[in-house]
Design a protein around this ligand. Sequence first.
Ligand code: F6P
Length: 564
Amino acid sequence: MERPAPLNGYLKGNAVSTTPQHGARSRYDAEIRSTLQNIAQNSITTSLSQRFQEDTDRAARYSADVGPLFVDYSKQHIDKDILATLCTLARDTGVPEQFAALRAGAHLNNTEDRATNYPSLRRWAVDGKSSDHAINEMYSSMAKLVAAVHSGELTGATGKAFTDVVNIGIGGSDFGPRLVCDALANQGDGILNAHFAANIDPSVITEILATVPAETTLFIVASKSFGTQETRSNANAARAWLSSTLNCKNVDQHFVAVTSKPSAAKNFGIKEELILCTPEWVGGRFSLWSSFGLAVALCFGMDNFRAILQGGHAIDLHVEHTPLEDNVPVILGLLDVWYRNAWGISSQAVLPYEHHLKLLPIYLQQLFMESAGKSVSRDGEVLKYGTGGVIWGTEGTNGQHSFHQLLHQGSDTIPCDFIASLRSYNPVGEQHQNLIANCFSQSLVLMQGQSAADIKQTLINNGTGPEEATQLAQHKAMLGNRPSTTILMRQLDASALGALIALYEYRLFTASFVWGINPFDQWGVELGKQISQTLMGALSGDDVSSLDSSTAQLIARYQEAQKT
Ligand code: F6P
């Protein structure tokens, strides 16, 4: 049986002096870590298959309906004692209090002094109003703009109704609406056609502009800061293209902005009445819930946008009112801590068996890796334990013909999330049933594996000689005991998607609060942005003598290539 890596630094202790948790963390260091350590060492002696044999209720015990989702985590290395210890850990590190603080609008994003009250955005969709004026303002301007576009009140420069929307934004100003528009396209054509331009690579905007009709295309310039180089460059390119294609200087009504910096959008040339303001505290990677979902509302209607928020709200209710021991997003977050810090696992695969969730792994990459890619505590203390790991994956069954070999027989254990919808919008013969069969069989095989002895016997029974059978069996043997969670939805719709995204957010918050990090900031991306400005100058001929010889050499190659 596979052994987890030795318990690492988290369990060696590191007091994090965050106010309400300080004492708890000391207790954690003193007492709970040894319990966790013991449980981890014991848990390796019980395989997942054994756990199922010993507990016939296991599947029901470790699964639950959560809003429109069904989550089965029974194929995880979990039992009563592990769960109890992990929940104690959550309590001792103040997870419930931090969820309450989040809902109360506390500034949990301490390095930027910002609130993180995402549930309040989702609640608006249920109540139809918010106690926060800025939230009401944001959604009512959004709804007005959407109605004006759909009714033809707002048209392009030549008076024709819009048919296409290009969302120009990057990172959190792109991944969310892009994921949702792709997911909802499952249900048929949208009201408007959606396009997304993120990368500064000129091929991206060039290729989009080559396909959209100039007269009837609306551009959303989506940027919280309105200072992002990629977004401003792509927006400038779109504006220049539109002016020259329509042979008209005033193309203002083709550009709307979504931003927390309305004055910067205005300076950029966006008309004041076409600027949607988002409260400053809404973080980029959590901004799908806000007016940054404009592309979704334009292409699939305000009702679908609200349904996403309502799906997320169902998870808010679950998290708020369910004891930790049954609180599914919390348990998933605690499992992430468990694997990261007790098993030494730093990779997690997300495997949607639903073509229209193919962008989910990319979305979750930003959500988890920009949030939990931290190595200091909220108070800036260097942590001695591992935090966020690598999130990756692709749609099934494509991945089965690519990296699943490593999931099954590679030297590392990689926990997997399988996500599937039980009904297809595009049924063709038995294809969807086949897809689901593949999905369920992958998690089964990861868990059960197959021993060399069984394989050898089968080979011998089928006529292979004993020596060859022994040899071949070594290669064919599958260790099994590899954990996974399966998340099912009846059919992929806006509500299920909203619930899925909120589930992952709470999972991330849970792990982050246990680790004592701030999941809401992203200082690590700033330096790269600054240096790229310096290198813009160097590529144009500025002095490179202060640069390292590798970078100077690469710059020289670029300059040389421009000459021919
Ligand atoms: O990549 C860093 C980041 O700040 C993300 O957090 C954000 O989603 C993205 O850039 C885009 O920023 P903005 O919306 O300000 O253009």
